[in-house]
Design a protein around this ligand. Sequence first.
Ligand code: F6P
Length: 496
Amino acid sequence: STRPTPGVPGEELLVLSNRQPYRHSDDDGDGITVDAPAGGLTAGLDAVMRQVNGTWIAWGDGDADAAVVDDDGRVTVPPGESDGQYTLERLWLTDEQVDNYYYGFSNRVLWPICHSALTNVDGNARFWDHYQGVNERFADAVVDSADPRSVVWFHDYHLGLAAEMVQDRIPEGVFCIHTWHIPWPSWDVFRACPHGREVLRGMLGNDLVGFHVPRYCDNFLRCVSAALPGAHVDWENRRVVHEQSVTTVRAFPMGVPADDINRQAKHPGAETFWRDFSDTHGIDDDTKVGVGVDRLDYTKGIPQRIEALERLWESSSQWRESFTYVQVGTESRSQIDAYSQYQQRVEDAVESVNERFGTDDWQPIVYTTDYLADEALYALYRFADVAIVSPIRDGMNLVCQEYVAAQQDDDGVLVLSDQAGAHDELHEWVMSINPHDTTAFKETVDEALAMPREERRPRMDALRRHVATNDISTWIRTIFATVDALREPTPKDQHH
Ligand code: F6P
């Protein structure tokens, strides 16, 4: 639909993220191809941007030569569609910037720190210089496009300094929001962050800072109060007063485009995909199916999941040849050793379980790193009896919500780690697990597979209602209702 969402800014909306929604490339010299990256964030925001006709600024990962750009480096997307378009502006970064800003400070320092994985932190002075430099480029791009009506919306941990830089460059100020899509850790963990104070100060350049769950808001406010003696935290109103400016901190739990997923999962193409897929892998109608879909990231708990499944097939022989687990893994950040090693570890674990239990007619774990089109992905979700989402730590996790949105007949069961932000919202209706407690994890999967329909139904029914009500458009509307309220001066503010 191209109907504007009430309350959401139109052309005055500037969205900034590291990851772009479309990538242009000419890899084999055969002409330009356009594809969309993995990850729920860009897909969700793309739908919003199509409605409001704003501008999205992102790192132009891909070929600058292949991207169809005008003199200002802008392109109208989505490609080839006549309505619901917006402007995409790419920042072309040098290899050195990508190595130190993206693979460096963002993914070797902030990512592990925010996921409390301190042993994976890998500091290097050059990381910080380039993190600052690239944040400056994003800030400059905002200054070039912004006017006093603009609403500037930063996303994620790559751009932690940009808001403060924007405010320094625009003396009359511009309204800035920052949504941080990963956890914010406790102060006891965050204090390990090199330049952590600067990152906190950078974030206070925003008028509104959003996290996915209230726990992360509390952690952020505690970090501010511990690290920045000049900042006053007003706990009652969840805001920070710092150098004459006010930053409001709120939880906005992100949702998925539930209607759209439901529609695609119902499509006959989804059934065709599933028929081919299940035939290929020897999955018949009596086989129970489990599914997991993850970027190959050490926060996702894939080896722990495989370990629990191995214990299950070991101790409960009834699930041998009658339960198949499908793991979709998307390659991610492979230039970082911790990631390439993790990919290998997952592959080895799958292979060893398949060797141990596999028979001529049955492969316990079907593992694929192939790119799956949305329809194929939603088909997998739809026909899986159980989804297993077992992160060690995860800001929100949209896979579990996508699984719920794709269910028909209120039939699936969701096994969900209590370390996912989504668990805070969905815990009443899921089968909760601690990814490290292998025995309990194994027993929970066993229970989920054996759960009678009378119990599955009310759980999935409640999950589907929750996910449909708290979908991506509710998320956007709630954020912009908060923006409106903050821009509207309250009588108390006028009095001061
Ligand atoms: O979940 C955090 C996040 O940065 C998302 O914003 C994004 O969709 C995903 O991870 C993918 O990561 P990357 O952009 O590094 O491939």
